[in-house]
Design a protein around this ligand. Structure first.
Ligand SMILES: N=CN[C@@H](CCC(=O)O)C(=O)O
Ligand SMILES: [Zn+2]
Length: 422
């Protein structure tokens, strides 16, 4: 199947050479071609350029994108999209004054979602999760990282991994699975956290490794969850089975998790709502990308990640949704891009870089996703008519997406179930 998109008002994130990350000052540049075309064959971007150079290219399907913008699909590098039910009652508790920590200390929070997930069948979990994904594909996301972490028993964590594996096999979106068994201390281990860590390191990690689905290991490194020593023990056990770290750090407290992540060559360190100079120094010169999650800050009313400090220090930054039932029940990357501009003071160029090429880097897929480059996978957004790409973050809470191309296939946004191969 070949597709030719013509008369594109602005084609964004065009790189002739295969850029895999953009850092610091370079994030201010978003390479574009005005009045452009893109030619796709099967699942691959073959050619692109100015309309005046498009003569002679023929395709099975031609799309006229007059007045519209085309860009690489959003790359959402941090989600917990596989979960059961919701936590609306905690949402109301927070409105009435309870904090996220107070709810967790009462046995709510992550433990609440774990109880629900343990009692949900694999089929039901799959159906709930794919329904969420279908909505997000319509809003332009073409690659998702998906974490476990609502199982908290060997059996339930493996159930989550099997669901993620099935989604990975059946979805046209690119899926990156991450093992996050160290998401909270289960009720049964409250007085014996070490026994839970042993269960993760000696039983779950080896069994997860046999399933051969996840490549990453995550830990919620935070007061009341897993401290630095716990985190180090889990990262080490993961690395023995070739799981590279991607960790939750500095959401509420600074424990030194960023330096630890860098020490173990974490692919990403995520959250960073709290950040100090030592954290920034630790990241300099590393291959670890910081990831900001503005939807979580918005929903919990906690500080926003100081993006300017990170970018102005010459570092790269990715942005992601953190889609989960407790701290960010939205997977809308268009909102995240807008919040990055409004709240993190990123320019539209920086925010789009953070949500495409850098998001792809934070999943280790930026050699094939995240930019318009010959040979890369054809995962594209075609917007509704817009005057300029800055309208994407400007018109916050709007869905600017009209059509998406996933893996070279034009998707019917009205019938999103077609986005699964089944
Ligand atoms: N902070 C840890 N994990 C999730 C929240 C999970 C939950 O509350 O269910 C996060 O990234 O925000
Ligand atoms: Zn998270």
């Amino acid at each position: 199947m070949s597709i030719l998109i013509i008369n594109i008002k602005q084609l964004l994130q065009v790189h002739d050479s295969n850029v895999t990350i953009v850092k610091g000052e370079a994030m201010k540049t978003l390479p574009i071609i005005e009045d452009a075309y893109v030619y796709i064959d099967n699942d691959t971007i073959i050619e692109y350029g100015k309309m005046e150079d498009c003569d002679g290219i023929e395709a099975e399907t031609t799309i006229d994108a007059t007045g519209k913008i085309v860009l690489p699909s959003w790359c959402d590098s941090h989600t917990h999209i596989v979960y059961a039910g919701n936590r609306t009652s905690e949402f109301v508790d927070r409105i009435n004054g309870l904090t996220y920590a107070e709810i967790a200390n009462r046995g709510g929070g992550i433990l609440n979602s774990a109880k629900l997930l343990q009692n949900t069948s694999e089929e039901d979990l799959y159906n709930q999760s794919t329904k969420r994904m279908e909505e997000l594909i319509k809003m332009g996301t073409g690659a998702f990282e998906i974490k476990t972490g609502y199982g908290l028993t060997v059996e339930a964590e493996l159930k989550m991994l099997r669901v993620i594996k099935r989604i990975k096999q059946e979805s046209l979106a690119k899926i990156t699975p991450t093992l996050l068994a160290a998401h909270a201390i289960p009720e049964a281990y409250r007085a014996n956290k070490d026994a839970y860590i042993k269960l993760i390191t000696e039983k779950l990690i080896p069994q997860a490794s046999e399933l051969n689905i996840a490549n990453f290991i995550d830990v919620f490194c935070e007061e009341g969850y897993f401290d630095i020593d716990d985190t180090e023990a889990i990262l080490k056990a993961g690395l023995k089975h070739k799981f590279r770290p991607k960790i939750h750090v500095n959401q509420f407290n600074i424990l030194g998790g960023i330096a630890l992540g860098v020490k173990y060559n974490a692919l990403s360190v995520d959250h960073l709502e709290e950040l100090n100079e030592a954290d920034i120094e630790a990241l300099k010169g590393s291959d670890t990308i910081p990831v900001a999650l503005p939807g979580c800050s918005y929903f919990l009313s906690i500080p926003y990640t100081p993006a300017r400090k990170l970018i102005d220090a010459g570092l790269p930054l990715a942005i992601a949704t953190d889609y989960n039932p407790g701290s960010a029940p939205s997977g809308n990357m268009n909102f995240v891009v807008s919040a990055a501009c409004v709240k993190l003071k990123m320019t539209p160029e920086e925010a789009i870089n953070a949500a495409t090429i850098n998001g792809a880097y934070a999943m280790r897929i930026s050699n094939m996703y995240g930019s318009i480059t010959r040979g890369k996978k054809a995962n594209l957004i075609i917007t509704k008519p817009l005057d300029h790409y800055s309208e994407i973050p400007y018109a916050f809470a709007h869905n600017p997406v009209e059509q998406v191309i996933l893996n070279g296939q034009l998707k019917n946004i009205k019938n999103p179930e077609e986005n699964f191969r089944i």
